[in-house]
Design a binder for this molecule. Structure first.
Ligand code: NAD
Ligand code: MG
Length: 390
């Protein structure tokens, strides 16, 4: 029996994971469920899945959570420390990191430090603390199963996770597919007036609001380039991006002999989650089979780097290294949140990020404390930059 902590249980990934878990009561037990502020939703999930522990990130909601769980044998806790402790304790062997943003970093690192199987959806924690995370994984025998659909596809197409760095493997490059988001093909002029509702209406995937905006700006792909660098030890020039509007080919790996291996599937995160939960076995995900003839055709085109400058901002942060990806991520989180609150225009998102990267912030990016300080400083700077453009 695999004992799974679902961190971010009330989110889009959390719901998909619990759907897969519910299909296999003989294999999986949800031992921990967590949410940010939504006590009612968390309590409803606890009544259904009967975890040993429920954690609400916001301490002000703990009394409500306790009251809502009073009829269950379930420990209610609150705060980031409780999340970190749950990710690291011995009640679980598998941690699904499905919190959105750098808020997931400490619990992701705790799972790696304690040698767990880490089902990694929370890409921001890899962008912020990639070096530290990969060190913890290697030092403590943890197992990363990438859940981001592109990285899950790459994992499936590689002979081993570290094959990109192995000259004998014949792997030359990674090709990440991008849907292009709801504004694919739009000019910069049209992008000037888009609303949060338009940005969150993704054509293929049903996701949380933050990642939906990231998909609309192409920053999601930028974050994924950095994620691929860390997960697969790929150099920036080995990572390419191609736009594929149907989101059927989830990514590809290119080999020296000209072969390009791809993983295809429905745009449904349950495939990647079932792969990570069941690995190395393949288990039922509740996802219907692809009908290639019904699809008819698949399209590919280069990304529009002019209309969507976030992609190149991410590449340059990766090239720069050090704390630059941490600053990029923090500025993006601030800018996206301001955009969602209608305090920042869509085209100002990359402006805020570029200005924050250029602000000359510096810090120790080798330690968790250093990264947390740099993340906080970048957020303060990005808030100033966003306020200037309000
Ligand atoms: P979501 O907004 O639907 O859910 C986020 C979850 O995190 C919720 O349970 C929320 O309660 C919790 N949360 C939010 N802020 C928190 C905080 N400060 N502290 C603790 N918990 C907090 O987001 P999502 O779409 O499920 O995405 C989750 C992560 O997975 C993101 O990093 C995203 O980039 C990644 N991801 C998502 C998808 C997808 O299809 N949704 C695909 C690939 C990767
Ligand atoms: Mg993805």
């Amino acid at each position: 029996m695999r004992r799974v902590a679902v961190l971010g249980a009330t989110g889009s990934i959390g719901a998909s994971a619990l759907d897969v878990i519910a299909r296999h009561p003989d294999r999986f037990e949800a031992t921990v469920l967590s949410a940010n502020t939504r006590v009612d939703e968390l309590a409803a999930l606890c009544h259904r899945f009967k975890p040993r522990r429920a954690i609400i990130a916001d301490p002000a909601r703990l009394a409500d959570l306790k009251a809502a769980l009073s009829d269950l044998d379930c420990i209610a806790e609150a705060g980031p420390e409780a999340l970190e402790a749950a990710a690291g304790d011995t009640e679980t062997d598998t941690v699904l990191a499905a919190i959105v943003g750098a808020a997931g970093m400490r619990s992701t690192l705790a799972a790696a430090r304690t040698g767990k199987r880490l089902l990694l959806a929370n890409k921001e924690s890899v962008v912020v603390a990639g070096a530290l995370l990969m060190r913890e994984v290697a030092d403590n025998g943890a197992e990363i199963l990438p859940i981001d659909s592109e990285h899950n596809a790459i994992f499936q197409c590689l002979p081993s996770p570290q094959a990109v760095a192995d000259a004998h493997s014949g792997v030359e490059r990674i090709v990440l597919t991008a849907s292009g988001g709801p504004f694919r093909g739009w000019s910069r002029e049209r992008l000037g007036v888009v609303t949060p509702e338009q940005a969150c209406a993704h054509p293929n995937w049903d996701m949380g609001r933050k990642i939906s905006v990231d998909s609309a700006t192409l920053m999601n792909k930028g974050l994924e380039v950095i994620e691929a660098h860390w997960l697969f030890a790929a150099r920036p020039e080995q990572i390419e991006v191609v736009v594929h509007p149907q989101s059927i080919v989830h990514s590809l790996v290119g080999y020296r002999d000209g072969s390009l291996l791809a993983q295809l599937g429905q745009p449904d995160m349950r495939t990647a989650l079932a792969y990570g939960l069941g690995w190395p076995e393949r288990i039922d995900a509740g996802v219907r089979a692809l009908d290639m003839a019904a699809l008819g055709s698949l399209d590919f085109e280069p990304p529009d780097r002019h209309a969507f400058p976030c992609l190149d901002l991410a590449y340059s942060a990766l090239e720069q290294g050090g704390g630059a990806p941490t600053i990029l991520n923090a500025a993006n989180e601030v800018a996206v949140s301001a955009f969602l609150q209608r305090q920042l225009g869509f085209l100002s998102i990359p402006e805020v990020i570029a200005a924050t990267l250029d602000a000359g912030l510096d810090g120790d990016s080798d330690s968790l404390e250093g990264l947390i300080a740099l993340d906080a400083a970048a957020r303060r700077e990005a808030e100033l930059q966003a306020a200037r453009r309000h």
